[in-house]
Structure formats: C-alpha cells, structure tokens
Design a binder for this molecule. Sequence first.
Ligand code: ATP
Ligand code: MG
Length: 434
Amino acid sequence: MQDRTYTADAEPGDHVTVAGWVHEIRDLGGIAFLILRDSSGKIQIKFEKDEMDEELVETGLDVSRESVIKVSGDVEEEPRAPTGVEVTPESLEVVAPADPELPLDPSEKVDADLSTRLDNRTLDLRKEEVQTVFEIRSDVLRAVRDQFRDYDCTEINTPKIVATGTEGGTELFPITYFGEEAFMNQSPQLFKQLVAGSNVERVFEIGPIFRAEEHNTPRHLNEATSIDFEGAFCDHTDAMDVAEGIVKAAYESVQENFGDQLEELDLAEDFAVPEGDFPRISYEEALERINATGELDEQLVWGDDLSTPAEEALGQDVGGHYFITDWPSEIKPFYIKDHDDDSELSTGFDLMHPRMELVSGGQREHRHEKLIEGFEQQGLDPDQFEYYTKMFKYGMPPHAGFGLGGERLLMTILGLDNIREAVLFPRDRQRLSP
Ligand code: ATP
Ligand code: MG
C-alpha cells in the first residue's frame, strides 16, 4: 500500500492513511474513540457523532474488534490520546471484517493458556509482548550473524535430509526418501566438520535440528534452531571464546535495541548483560560443588552425567553463565577429541546458563584411525559414515566447534518460562500443527 503511513510515523499536521486492526472501541456517548493497531504501534481515531457523516460514524463504531480497517484523515495533537495524537477520519473502509467470536482476544488483559495461544498464533502475535519476543528473536539472530562475521566465519547451509544421523540412536525421525529409509538430521555436526576441513576453514550455520526425544519438558523441542560453529586450527578453548562472544553479542544487541521496551513491557524483569569472563569449571570441580550444595539425594561420582537438579544446584551456586570443561571421555560423543595427556578426559565442554545447558562443544578428533576407533567404541558402524570418515584421510586440520540452542538462548535472555514461547510454531509431542 503506497500511500499508507505507519501509526508511529503520524505527526500532527499530517494528512494520513493508516491501516491496521481494530484494537478497541470506546463509546462515550457524543464522542467515541477507536484504537487502531499496526506493527509499529497504536493510534486513536476520534468520532464526534454530531459533527461527522452519519454513515462513517456507524461503520467505524459497528466494526468488530480485530477487523482490518483503513482510515484517512488529519492528524492532530491530543495529549490525552495514548500516543499524544489522534486522527479525525474523513473516510473509513472495512478491509477485512473479523468474526466477533474470537478464539483469543489480543487486547485481553488476562492471558489465554499456552495451548489456545499456539492454536491461534496469528491472533496471539498481535499482542505487543508476544510480537516483541519475535522482534527480539530476529534481532538476536542478526547480532549472532554479525558477530560470526567478525570472527571471519562463512555462513553455510547443510542438508536436513540425511542417510545416517550424526550419532545414530533413537533420537532420529525416519522418513521415506524415494522408497529408501532416510532421516531428518539431528545436528549439522558432521557436515560442518567436512566444510571446516576445506579451505573455508571457519563456518557457522543457523538452521533446524530434529530430535525425536520422547520427553516433554519446558526446554526441549522436537524441532529446534541450532546455532553452530566450526573452525579449523581451533582448539576447545578457542571454541569456548567464540561461544562466549556470541552469547554476549546477543545480550548486548537486545540491551541496545530493546532495552526500553523490555522495561515498558515487564518482559525480562531480570534482564542483564553478562559481565566479565564466564568461569570455566572442570567437570571434577562441578561434581564437588554440586555435592557440597547438599541439594541432591545422592552424591555424584565420576562418570555421572549431570541431571537437571544437579545442573540447577550448580547454576544457583555459580549464579551466572559458566563453562563445564574436561568431561569424562566416556560420556561425550565419539567425534570429541580426548586430551593428549589423558585419554580418560575429553576436550568437550558445555556452556551453561544458571537455568539450563545452552551449548555443547569441543575439539574434534581429526586423526582418521582414532576417529574409526571412536565409532566402534560407540557401537556405530564406521562404514555407514564413510562419506565423512574418508575426508579425514586427505588432510583434515585440527578443528573445534559447538552447537548453541537458539530458542534456549532467547528463553534465557528473556526469562521465558517455556521454550515454546520462543518459537512461532513449536513442534513437540502433542503438536504437529499449526
Ligand atoms: P540436553 O541434555 O539439555 O537435552 P543435549 O546435550 O542433548 O541437550 P546437544 O546435542 O548437546 O543437546 O545440542 C547442543 C545444544 O542444542 C544444546 O545445548 C541445546 O541448547 C540445544 N538443543 C539440543 N536439543 C534440543 C532440544 N530438543 N530442544 C531445544 N534445544 C535443544
Ligand atoms: Mg549437550
């Protein structure tokens, strides 16, 4: 629409055409107000019944909430209006009427339950707070991309339909590919490594990962967005530096571009850009600290994975972002390299937010024969992964990287209770549409 003005740009003295949704109508008798909402904000439309064309007044005040209308008129200053200006309509057109029975009312003060909201996401997204979450999501992804470019990374896109999963196992969604069994990829891991081994060297990808995990938790999705990094000639400490830089860049961008809105909207009450270096705590120290909190029924011993309560106890103890390093090799995947001086200890790391895991990464095993051994130890058939392993015979440099959950990043930045709040159309055990 060429001649359309966004409500936020309407200045006193302008003659404008605004278009958007009917947010609210307040009829005070002789005078009535219609609040029109668009992506930029809201504006008041004033109806003085005795002074205006009867048909125009009737059309404007009979229209149902959430109908789309187009209004032309002069903008005047009005300190009592929500945005300090109002439009006196000369013409008003109902572009798309809304059924008066709304499954969810975007102007309602009381929240509908999450399931109703997700079933009617279009209406849900008309709420300012919900819209802002997705504006911030877009901003975070832009900030992450910019930061990766600062690290000399090339953005890549790898296949999501694959013949074998990254780590095999029950987490794969099988599909039929021209009569053959194939899978939705659970991670770009193997592909990003294959590209890091080329002259491209440093790569990142932002794309979907598919996990057929059975559990239904507030921090797991069956389709999530992974922010991946892989860099040739990097070790695990370099990868940790990059992960830390990416997470901080996301926070800084939200602070800069949405700081005021966060306060206005009561979103992210505890929002704070992380300060200082993220502490790097070894797995061994993590166990000691968790055990010392006395929060767990049973003491953790070497080799245990960290349960959710264990992560929470440590998160409370540390009180900010932190890394867990030097995991036992046996609980990290085969493609993670062990320390040269101790084969029981891996270079794998996790980056944790006090509430949950955000990142897993590490230096990769780049020696062909060791890689094959790793596959066998993990009970995987190396022949099935020949497309991957053979490239380790032709000059594969040492390399390292990580995967960062995009929705978990947004969820922890904004203090969202449920990861589904960070996805437009979540996929979980109960939800395959919309
Ligand atoms: P968790 O133990 O929390 O289930 P994970 O160790 O299985 O995670 P990784 O395979 O290490 O996950 O994936 C790297 C990152 O991708 C995780 O740290 C997380 O941020 C994100 N991620 C993984 N699985 C999911 C999922 N099902 N839903 C949302 N994000 C996920
Ligand atoms: Mg992990």
